[in-house]
Design a protein around this ligand. Sequence first.
Ligand SMILES: [Mg+2]
Length: 101
Amino acid sequence: MSMDADEYQKLALRTLDGNLDKQQVLSMGMMGLCSESGEAIDMLIKNISSGRKINREQTIKDLGDVAWYLAITAHAIDCDLSEVFQKNIEKLEKRYSSPAN
Ligand SMILES: [Mg+2]
């Protein structure tokens, strides 16, 4: 099973409230990214305190929630998700291909 980034973004946007303007989507997206990352940290805290292993399925769901907010945040600035991914890879390649100093 495979899905490309822009296809995911298109499908994710079908579940976004169409009454929101771009500024509202941007705010909601950025807050959602923080909130969902916080949920992942909360799960980690519970796992550390209980000694249990990370629950793979729950982690996948949480990553999906982060992906949804990432997709709508990129949309709010008129950006395809693939552009976010591509530019991140370019930044990393530049950073890690430079000689150490
Ligand atoms: Mg969640």
